[in-house]
Design a protein around this ligand. Structure first.
Ligand code: PEP
Ligand code: MG
Length: 540
């Protein structure tokens, strides 16, 4: 038995025969050609064939994957016709007299390197692999290499070095039990596609493509990130049982897609998802989220060298609002600072950053940054049901100051005839101060969202990042539960809705309690939605 660890991209357990896919090597020798014009024509012919192939693959993919995912084929067709790519190939052939294959390879690599260098932007980095992928496709056409994967009739575990996005979609998913790749990353396009196809996938396993593995029995344990080749009897029988259990659970949960989140006595609870970006929103929809209860907008500000522009933010907020088709999308304004730092903010070093200049405190100190975000949010609110909420509130004065800035922003936009919506406004209750004055805050806003992660750390005075405090940390501490109860009571007295968006919202041991005290909405990570719905539907 061989046991290999990797990153699980899509959960599940797959048991079956292994199919080792070693792609045919293309020849990449740089040679000098005597007739560059003719060589350039070879390139154009091969490019046409590659475009036609992508067109055909795109047609086949329709219906199998979402329209958005199938767009990769259109994108690759466009990249093949990209002028920079074409010029680079032309230069290689006409100026350097290189053979078409090498010139194409060189052009693909040089564009890939430009995009790979944009390491502050995951989307752009993915474009690097797209350029390598399109160049490889043209080279295969130039060398008449048919690299069609012919899979046996019985579905297999496909083991490969790496898979390009087009390969992933191009493979008939009914022939595949699981993907295992030696390379690849969690957020690569391929990983995202594997998720949308719902195929158990492990990436970054470092697996060697050995002939002896081919047709051996394999188990992909996507729950624990393990790949077994030729498993021992006890491993096999244990994972067979796990697989059956997991699949039964999943099947039962899938039946709850489209079902109401309602107790037996008829109380409806909003089951929302927490997200950090547009892709998460897609996942939220797949798990049938009834809205987005927390869009952590600071993720748009992290891992980059400068502030995201109003336009960039507007596009992201609008995209999520439109995707959710009228369901509520609560976007939290920038919660940077403490454990989420971005150098370009140049926040002075603090003795105690969790209690320092973070979240709304930064926004009120630097209103010019705050206003850019508010403009983007108000503009996006014309395209869907957006709610805006503010993190780390401790006083009524802060809320008054925010409302003042909002009035300025709205006026600026309306003066320019820019369309805006009428978003609900809310505050996060994540400091003991906010919970204790929740009666006063309730007069100012439309909704509350309880951030139990911070509310716990500030109530218990225990750093949420400090693992050595685990034994002192009672996540169900009475002090915390009393603050939550008080917040709900004060909110309802003023007709203000209350949700919970911290991790405790997904704690099954507290679900019944939260419902009993009147919490209106729970916002959790998308994969938790269906099991919570199941639980809630069983309550009296
Ligand atoms: C919270 O504090 O509970 C919360 C939801 O916000 P974050 O975890 O992003 O601080
Ligand atoms: Mg918080």
């Amino acid at each position: 038995m061989v046991k290999i660890e990797g990153q699980s991209v899509q959960k599940g357990i797959a048991i079956g025969n292994i199919f080792v896919w070693k792609k045919k090597e293309v020849s990449l020798k740089a040679t000098k050609v005597s007739n560059p014009e003719e060589e350039l024509n070879f390139f154009y012919e091969a490019r046409e064939k590659a475009i036609a192939e992508l067109q055909e693959m795109g047609e086949k993919a329709k219906g199998k994957v979402s329209d958005e995912d199938a767009e990769i084929f259109t994108v690759h067709q466009m990249l093949l016709q990209d002028l920079d790519f074409e010029d680079a190939v032309k230069d290689g052939i006409l100026q350097e007299h290189l053979n078409a294959s090498y010139a194409t390879y060189q052009a693909g690599e040089s564009l890939a390197e430009i995009f790979a260098a944009m390491d502050d932007n995951a989307y752009m980095m993915e474009r690097a692999s797209d350029f390598r992928d399109i160049a490889a496709r043209v080279i295969r056409k130039l060398q008449n290499i048919e690299d069609k994967l012919i899979l046996p009739e019985t579905p297999v575990i496909l083991v490969a070095d790496d898979l390009s996005p087009t390969e992933t979609i191009g493979i008939d998913s009914s022939s595949i039990l699981a993907f295992v790749t030696a390379k690849g990353s969690m957020n690569s396009h391929t990983a995202i596609l594997a998720r949308s196809l719902g195929i158990t996938t492990l990436v970054n396993t470092g697996v060697e493509l050995l002939d002896e593995y081919h047709e051996k029995l394999g188990i992909v344990d996507g729950l624990n990130g393990r790949f077994y080749i030729d498993p021992e009897e006890d491993v096999l029988s244990h994972l067979q049982t796990e697989k059956q259990q997991y699949e039964e659970e999943q099947k039962a949960l899938q039946e709850l897609i489209g079902a109401e989140t309602i107790t037996r006595s008829g109380r409806k609870i909003g089951l929302y998802a927490n997200i950090g970006n547009v892709e998460d929103a897609q996942r939220a929809l797949r798990y049938d989220a009834e809205g987005i209860g927390l869009f952590r907008s600071e993720f748009l500000y992290l891992n980059r060298n400068d502030y995201p522009s109003e336009e960039e933010q507007f596009e992201s907020y609008k995209q999520v609002a439109e995707m959710m088709e009228g369901k509520e999308v609560i976007i939290r304004t920038l919660d940077i600072g403490a454990d989420k730092q971005a150098d370009y903010f140049q926040i002075p070093k603090e003795e105690n950053p969790a209690m320092g200049l973070r979240a709304i405190r930064i926004c009120l100190t630097r209103p010019e940054i705050f206003k850019v975000q508010l403009r983007a949010l108000y503009r996006a609110s014309a395209f869907g049901k957006i709610g805006i909420m503010f993190p780390m509130i401790t006083s009524v004065e802060e809320v008054d100051e925010i409302l003042g800035i909002i009035e300025e922003v709205k006026k600026e936009l309306l003066d320019k005839n820019i369309e805006i919506g009428n978003p609900d406004l809310g505050v996060m209750i994540e400091t003991p101060a906010a919970a204790l004055i929740s009666d006063l805050l309730a007069e100012k806003v439309d909704f509350f969202s309880i951030g139990t992660n911070d509310l716990t750390q500030y109530t218990l005075a225990m750093d949420r990042q400090n693992a050595s405090l685990a034994r002192f940390q009672n996540i169900h501490h009475q002090a915390l539960l009393r603050l939550i109860e008080m917040t709900v009571r004060n909110a309802h007295a003023k007709n203000v809705r209350v949700g919970i968006c911290g991790e405790l919202g997904a704690d099954p041991d507290l679900t019944e309690y939260f419902i009993s005290i009147g919490v209106d909405e729970l916002s959790v990570s998308a994969p938790r939605i269906l099991s919570l719905r199941k639980q809630i539907r069983e309550f009296a």
